[in-house]
Design a protein around this ligand. Structure first.
Ligand SMILES: [Zn+2]
Length: 60
């Protein structure tokens, strides 16, 4: 299996200060658990970081 993504999970920080782990290959959009802002959108089976979200680090 050739993976395009190097990391399986991202630790993402929302504009509201909440941090949460997101599955990098999520096929659905992920929203912040605190303020419901979109953290990622799904594009072709890969999560794409949303405007308000900041990538803190990638997790193996
Ligand atoms: Zn938030």
């Amino acid at each position: 299996m050739k993976g395009r993504t190097r990391s399986k999970f991202w630790r993402v920080k929302c504009a509201c200060g909440n941090e949460q782990n997101i599955f990098a290959a999520a096929s659905t959009a992920v929203n912040c658990l605190v303020c419901s802002a979109p953290l990622t959108t799904a594009r072709g089976g890969t999560a794409v970081l949303a405007e308000k979200a900041t990538l803190v680090k990638t997790l193996e």
